[in-house]
Design a protein around this ligand. Structure first.
Ligand code: PMP
Length: 389
């Protein structure tokens, strides 16, 4: 352990936990200092919304704190059923199935669907949980260049002519968590249809934030494409709660209930979190323009950073990287920003490739215009002090 930690420290990649008060709100306090939070996935500001808090408290009063069991034993309640029905309707899919976290959903779903005879084609920037699912499945997993339709088509072509006996899967995030860019989903879905590959899309950062009324980016595809797409979404980000769900067909749901081990062998989500997610759906349905307002703020912030001369990669969403490159310099910039009142974490390898360290800003609908001007002033000042712009 010591040797490995020493090597991690040496490469400026050592990580430590630092407790924050109210980690999910726009303003947090760290060691008594007030900081503007630009690192939360509480994108719609729901995590501390009174409607969610009331719903969660009421559910605890009525049902208690835990379910005491997995779904297939004695842990499947009417609240689970109600939330699944509401999530399926929200997504416009036949069914939804809850998981205890997005990580578990991704690992469990991929490992349930794919096996050693199959091939999985996976975008090189996919989230770690998708990568781990590919590994656990035992399938032959191949990465394709980030968002490259040419590379994907080439690999699909190879699969279709190689005489392999198994199935072909394509796995992609719809919004990439560290770059904030978008997968070309319509084209990927068309390729999957053409080569008879099954598509798995992780909408962790899109659900609640993008697409029609926040329904995600799969919702923009024609309904006919949905039969062969399995969508995974989290409840831990825009929904302000915890947990995840797959949405798709009845066949997919029945299959996963019977085969996905992280669904079968874990205790079900507790009442408070289910009630909070139901309350988040209420809020989204009452205010379907909220995701659009988040994207407007993000567009303003991103354009302003670009005008200052920063590299925001191909971000097109509320996740906005500020590329620095070197891990040590990135840590320096994060520390300077913090001294000036901004909380923006440095993202370093292995989360991103070597030489691609960055600050990752994530915007919340609850950030005010003043918050954004405050942040931009500080980023400009620190960036020019460091010779970045
Ligand atoms: N998928 C993506 C793209 C993510 O960014 C994350 C979490 N950051 C997850 C899945 C895992 O979700 P959860 O936090 O609910 O486990």
């Amino acid at each position: 352990m010591q040797q490995r930690l020493h090597a991690i420290r040496h490469r400026h990649l050592f990580r430590q936990l630092s407790p924050l008060s109210h980690g999910s709100t726009p303003w947090i306090s760290v060691d008594g200092h007030k900081l503007l939070n630009l690192s939360s996935n509480n994108y719609l500001g729901f995590a501390d919304h009174p409607h969610l808090k009331q719903a969660a408290s009421a559910a605890i009063e009525q049902y208690g704190c835990g379910t005491g069991s997995s779904r297939l034993i004695a842990g499947s309640t009417f609240l689970h059923q109600q939330l699944e029905a509401r999530l399926a309707a929200f997504k416009g899919h036949e069914q939804a199935l809850l998981f205890t976290s997005g990580y578990q959903a991704n690992v469990g779903i991929i490992a349930a669907l794919a096996g050693p005879r199959d091939i999985i084609l996976s975008d090189e920037l996919n989230h770690a949980s998708l990568i781990d699912g590919c590994r656990l499945s035992g399938a032959q997993s191949r990465t394709y260049a980030h968002c490259s339709l040419i590379a994907l088509q080439q690999q699909l072509e190879e699969c279709s002519t190689s005489g392999q006996r198994g199935l072909t899967f394509v796995v992609t995030d719809s919004v990439f968590s560290m770059d904030g860019d978008l997968a070309p989903l319509a084209e990927i879905a068309a390729l999957c249809e053409r080569y008879q590959a099954f598509l798995i899309v992780d909408e962790a950062h899109a659900s609640g934030c993008l697409g029609p009324a926040g329904r995600g980016l799969v919702a923009q595809l024609p309904q006919s494409a949905h039969e062969n797409i399995l969508t995974i979404s989290t409840l831990s980000k825009a929904f302000g709660s915890i947990g995840a769900f797959m949405s798709g067909t009845t066949l997919m749901k029945d299959f996963l209930i019977n085969v996905a081990r992280p669904f079968i062998f874990t205790t079900s989500l507790p009442p408070a979190d289910l009630a909070a997610s139901l309350a988040a759906l209420d809020l989204l349905e009452e205010d379907p323009d909220l995701p659009g307002r988040l994207q407007q703020k993000a567009a303003f912030f991103r354009t302003s950073l670009q005008q200052l001369g920063f590299d925001t990669l191909a971000s097109a969403t509320h996740i906005i990287p500020l590329l620095i490159g070197d891990a040590e310099r990135t840590m320096h910039m994060a520390a300077h920003l913090r001294e000036e009142g901004l909380y923006a974490v440095a993202i370093r390898p292995p989360t991103v490739p070597m030489g691609a360290s960055r600050l990752r800003f994530s915007l919340m609908a609850s950030h005010t215009d003043e918050d954004l001007f405050f942040a931009l002033d500080i980023i400009k000042k620190v960036g020019s002090q460091m010779g970045l712009v």
